[in-house]
Write a protein that binds this ligand. Structure first.
Ligand code: BDR
Ligand code: CA
Length: 310
């Protein structure tokens, strides 16, 4: 049975791959819409990029909404140093023809949560839209089956500061609302995404796919992996965001632990840290299924098989 999901996103090359994986997987995923948020690049670009990705897949029917253009309480921090000036650097694709939906992404999340019997939210950018929706309409918490998040870290600690992962760091107050919401949370932290590397043979398999999608994905990863390879000395870059969608399709690829995770919102030094009680040191309530490992070969086999359909 397919799950009704909303992808909340700031594309971003890895966000783009997550959206494509969802579009390629209708048996498991019923994509109600895409809500965009400011993150990797400002909102004007994330809304444009989400539509470019839908059009690349020939899916002009997907509903794409603009959401929040800045974090709940802070100034926006962006990541052009990773994703390039457009957020989707690596290949020149045509400007989108499909229109943005009218209305605000936060209102769409609230309406859809109230309209269905259990939806799944998949935030793969800063948590501003979800935090705002929960603050404005607390009743929707009971209508959301699960939130599957790309964000945070434990052993890997941080990528935007020594202590914090980008999505949580950009809007820690929104993340705090989500992690305290009582909603079932599944979290893909850097500890998992750093195992899912864009090695040469994995990307060659995607580049070899017929149709425009595989080569575009290969060009995107060629672009953004330069940053992580230089930083970590790894043989490829982590493909962070598609881990969320892969988990919805094939959860057996991942293992993790039910633990307590709290968000640091006070300290300047460790702002946005996901304080994850992996070893059960405290008796604080378990509020998240925090992933620790992934079958990377299985992940790329799934991604390649699915993207071949588009
Ligand atoms: C996350 O930050 C963004 O740059 C990526 O798209 C991903 O969602 C990784 O820290
Ligand atoms: Ca993202």
């Amino acid at each position: 049975m397919s799950r009704k999901i909303i992808i909340d996103t700031d594309p971003g090359q890895d966000d783009a791959v997550a959206i494509l994986l969802a579009l390629a997987s209708p048996e498991e995923i019923d994509l109600l819409g895409i809500t965009c948020v400011a993150g990797n690049v400002p909102l004007a670009l994330t809304t444009k990029n989400a539509r470019i990705v839908c059009e690349l897949a020939g899916r002009t029917d997907v509903k794409v909404f603009a959401g929040c253009d800045r974090p709940m309480q802070r100034k926006l921090v962006t990541a052009e140093h990773v994703h390039g000036k457009t957020g989707l650097d690596g290949i020149d694709l045509p400007d989108p023809q499909m229109a943005l939906q009218e209305g605000h992404g936060v209102d769409f999340i609230i309406e859809q949560a109230r309209a269905h019997d259990g939806i799944t939210l998949v935030p793969i950018g800063p948590l501003t839209n979800i935090g705002t929706a929960l603050q404005r309409a607390p009743d929707i918490a009971a209508k959301i089956d699960e939130i599957v998040i790309m964000g945070g870290a434990y052993f890997e600690v941080g990528n935007i500061t020594p202590a914090a992962e980008f999505n949580i760091y950009v809007d820690p107050e929104a993340a705090d609302i989500v992690f305290k919401s009582g909603i079932k949370l599944t979290v893909m932290p850097l500890d998992v995404t750093h195992k899912v590397l864009t090695t040469k043979p994995r990307i060659a398999a995607l580049r070899a796919l017929s149709g425009p999608v595989g080569p575009a994905v290969a060009s995107w990863t060629d672009f953004f992996e330069r940053f992580d390879m230089a930083k970590y000395g790894s043989e490829g870059a982590p493909l962070h965001d598609p881990c969320t969608i892969a988990w919805l399709i094939k959860p057996e690829l991942f293992t993790g632990r039910h633990i307590n995770v709290e968000i640091e919102t006070g300290s300047e030094l460790t702002l946005g840290m996901t304080v994850a009680d992996w070893w059960g040191i405290t008796d604080r309530p378990k509020n998240a299924f925090f992933m620790g490992d992934c079958d990377a070969e299985g992940f790329y086999a799934l991604l390649t098989e699915r993207l071949a359909r588009l």
